[in-house]
Design a binder for this molecule. Structure first.
Ligand SMILES: [Zn+2]
Length: 257
């Protein structure tokens, strides 16, 4: 086991090896205002964690896309936001990121009520697989500064899937310290999820993306996107859910604004 002091020395070497130039870091914070408005201490910690992420994870471009430093820093910084206090160990089972120029069409199949099988293409802006790379559409990542107002963020969504999977299979519950914490999580999440489903059924407006109603394993990433990029809106609509996520991620983005 590596002592803490030694660990810090190793980290410091890796951070300096992947140090992010001031101008590149500043332009990243400008492109993604939900990063820029965090406290000075959070921004500094995020910058260091981003360097460690860039040192640990592989980036590759698909379909001839060249992943520039600016693209890698943009993705890494957003991926590190949920891990700011949890540490990068939470992403230990992911190897890296594959960046696609735009959404990818995935071949899907459904069987209807008459037993007929239908093939269709579903456009994916991102995908997280256990033990595999995270796939992201650059078009969607690049739009994350604008889409934050609606609570969307593809990078945070996919990396929160990894956090969910860090505890085993994707169930909508991350690894938690004890039974009491798991019970509390289940109670708050299920109530918040039911509230979104009810709102959609009755045609009411809901800030949370309707995609979160697909299941609890989608609700956790969808709620986390809103928590990090539009914290005031989530807090206003679902205060108990906001508190649960603030406790889990050990961050309070609504007050950092
Ligand atoms: Zn998802």
């Amino acid at each position: 086991m590596i002592g803490r002091w030694w660990r810090r020395r190793l980290d410091a070497r890796r951070i300096s090896r992947r140090a992010i130039p001031d101008s590149l870091w500043e332009s990243t914070l400008q492109c993604y205002p939900f990063l820029g408005r965090r406290s000075t201490a959070d921004r500094q910690a995020l910058r260091e964690l981003t360097s460690l992420f860039l040192d640990e994870k592989e980036f590759s471009g698909a379909h001839g896309l060249e992943v520039t430093d600016a693209m890698a820093v943009a993705i890494a910084a957003q991926a590190c936001l949920p891990a700011l206090k949890l540490g990068l160990g939470i992403y230990a089972r992911s190897v890296g990121v594959v960046v696609q120029p735009g959404a990818v069409l995935a071949r899907r199949q459904v069987t209807d009520e008459f037993g007929l099988v239908h093939d269709y293409d579903e456009p994916l802006s991102g995908e997280a697989m256990e033990g595999g790379p995270v796939m992201l559409s650059w078009e969607d990542v690049a739009d994350a500064g604008q889409s934050a107002e609606q609570g969307y963020n593809v990078v945070i969504h996919e990396f929160v899937h990894l956090i969910d999977m860090a505890g085993g299979s994707a169930t909508g519950m991350p690894p938690l310290p004890d039974l009491q914490a798991r019970r509390h999580w289940k109670m708050v999440m299920e109530a918040a999820y039911a509230r979104l489903c009810r709102a959609l059924e009755s045609g009411e407006d809901s800030f949370l993306d309707p995609y979160g109603a697909e299941g609890l394993e989608e609700f956790f990433p969808v709620a986390s996107e809103a928590f990090f990029v539009a914290p005031e809106s989530l807090k206003a609509e679902q205060p108990a859910l906001y508190e649960l996520l603030a406790g889990y991620f050990q961050q309070d983005p609504a007050s950092a604004a």
